[in-house]
Design a binder for this molecule. Structure first.
Ligand SMILES: [Cu+2]
Length: 160
């Protein structure tokens, strides 16, 4: 990343809107650092990442996701199969009591399909998470060129 891009990103991340959108709290669930990777204009899909931390004494489950930014949103996981990395839809993701689940590249992610138009870095879009116990949690997801906190590392091309 060029210095100018790094400065732009720093300015972007320090805007009040994104600062307030940084952490989402339902009492026992804390959703942190949502982001989506900018995709080539021809890509009809995108992935969303975030971390869910459960400070409660009971497990919760992420059942589904919704966004007006895509025709369809699914919960996905990556897995090694026959020496290949594949991804597949999962019906739900358990958030253990006193535990945390990272949605991150090469792991769990939210997959967006049928994007009406490509999303470019600097944009953001709403995403609603439906939890079994905590109910709906709305996030504002910024579109970034690479993982937050990853600006000083070489960019790796990893699936989506
Ligand atoms: Cu996927």
């Amino acid at each position: 990343m060029k210095l100018s891009q790094a400065l732009m990103l720093a300015a972007l991340l320090s805007t009040p809107l994104l600062a307030t959108a940084h952490q989402h709290d339902t009492g026992t669930l804390h959703i942190d650092a949502p982001w989506s990777r900018e995709m080539p204009p021809t890509a009809p899909t995108a992935a969303v990442y975030f971390t869910v931390k459960n400070t409660g004494d009971n497990a919760d489950r992420l059942l589904s996701v919704e966004t007006p930014a895509a025709g369809k949103a699914e919960l996905h996981e990556h897995l090694h199969k026959d020496g290949l990395m594949k991804m597949q839809q999962v019906p739900s993701v358990v958030i253990p009591a006193k535990g945390e689940v990272a949605f991150a590249p090469m792991g769990y992610h939210v997959m967006l399909f049928n994007l009406p138009r490509p999303m470019t870095s600097g944009e953001h879009f709403p995403l609603t998470l439906n939890f079994e116990q905590a109910g709906k949690v709305q996030l504002e997801v910024p579109v970034l060129r690479e993982a937050p906190g990853n600006q000083n590392r070489t960019m790796h091309h990893q699936g989506h």
